[in-house]
Design a protein around this ligand. Sequence first.
Ligand code: HEC
Ligand code: HEC
Length: 434
Amino acid sequence: MSKSSRVLLIIIGCIVLVVACQQQKPAPIKKELSGKILVSKFARPLTDIKFASSPERLERGKYLVNGVLACFSCHAQADTMDPGWAPLPDKLGSGRMWMKTDSTHIAYPNISPDRETGAGKWTDDMFVRALREGIGHDGRALVRMPWWNFRNLSDEDLASVIVYIHSIPAVHNSLPERLLTPAEEAGLQNEPRYMSDPPMPQPDSSTLVARGKYLVALGECEGCHTPWYKRNSGFFSGGNVIANDGTDSVKVSANISSGKSGIGTWDDETFIRVIRTGKGGTLHHTMPWASFKNMNDRDLKAVLAALKTTEPVEHRIVNGLKPTLCPVCGETHGYGDQNKIVLPKTNAIDSSLFISLAGKYCWETVDTAVVLVKDRKLCVIYRGSPEIELKEISKGKYYAEGLPYPIIFTKGKDGKAGSFYAADLQPTIYKRVD
Ligand code: HEC
Ligand code: HEC
């Protein structure tokens, strides 16, 4: 599974909640249920790093923040009459209330430079920590803030974003502090965060696909467009329930994999038109097209080129039709019951390879996978799964029923495999540890 899936479980779940909640009047908050905000166990000490402003950084920061990073699709009051819920131009960075239940609430904080209600007193490193590690200015572990995507920003792009955010006009907008249950706060305090930030060089932009991969990694496309919960049919294959008010207007994310029912047959012009107009204003506002539409043609073409290199998944989704149960993603959505699971054609793995592939593999300190021989079959145990047989799709590419992507082994020392990863635009590499 991808780097962020665990976090995503919480996050995307929250979106569903929010959209559901926005329909109701907020109930009064019961104070006794609230948990004090706790400092994350993974909050590192702050440094006094300072990024110098320059016209190039201001311009680049503005382009990224108002484009692929979509900061103001969350951190601004929105024009709710606009089909894409574009941010109000004089409220950039103001933040707004996000989700509210009887006992809990979370706001998108005010990140404009207002000294009283916003980020006016926050240091550059507080922004670095928020963007790269998901830790707030006060040390709390943040919810929903897509830091696992923003971690991919190059050092220079990160500096540009921070310089630009400091330059926007201050907006006075007071929002309540986060209020969660004590159990939720305690869970967040212990939620693993990355402890080190290796230097991030400028991204490879020598080809359209390489450029697109960088942008896709920043834009949270995979997070929203992968069905993480019931049956994961593959990265970018759509079916993640984003908005559900219990009526036929349930919105699940679209299939944007390279499959025929995804974007496989789209040309540049179609893709650019869909993003720029939100499909004529019909795309739900949770898809941040009101921000993505500010990306230039070259970058949008790059995003499409990168998406065309993903594994093709056939999974048709028609939001607006009566929702029915879909075998492919396990969710209920328009066109669901007409879809069929198509498994890849596989061969048995040559048993002479077993010894070189079997072993224990770790991703940072966060996760482990074990490949082992059982009943003369090569199997994988992944995230506490039972042993699942690995089969060969093509040379060096393996498949395990129930895992959403092919697995690839790289060559290591002694003729044994050195690492194992999911074939993805931004693979999570599991290094061999035994
Ligand atoms: C999908 C919505 C979303 C997007 C997009 C988003 N954020 Fe956030 N961000 C949040 C939420 C929600 C929080 C507060 C979470 C909490 O209190 O647990 C937050 C918190 C933060 C904080 C920490 C605030 C504090 O109180 O210390 C900063 C700084 C921040 N975001 C900056 C940004 C920037 C810059 C971008 C764009 C690069 C961005 N965010 C994009 C949702 C978002
Ligand atoms: C916060 C969640 C979210 C994020 C982030 C997101 N999307 Fe979406 N996207 C959606 C949802 C939900 C839909 C379906 C909306 C509807 O049907 O009204 C959608 C629809 C689309 C569509 C229309 C497809 C069709 O067949 O109509 C495209 C194209 C698309 N997204 C591309 C992207 C790309 C590229 C990215 C990353 C740069 C991205 N999305 C990021 C939620 C998201």
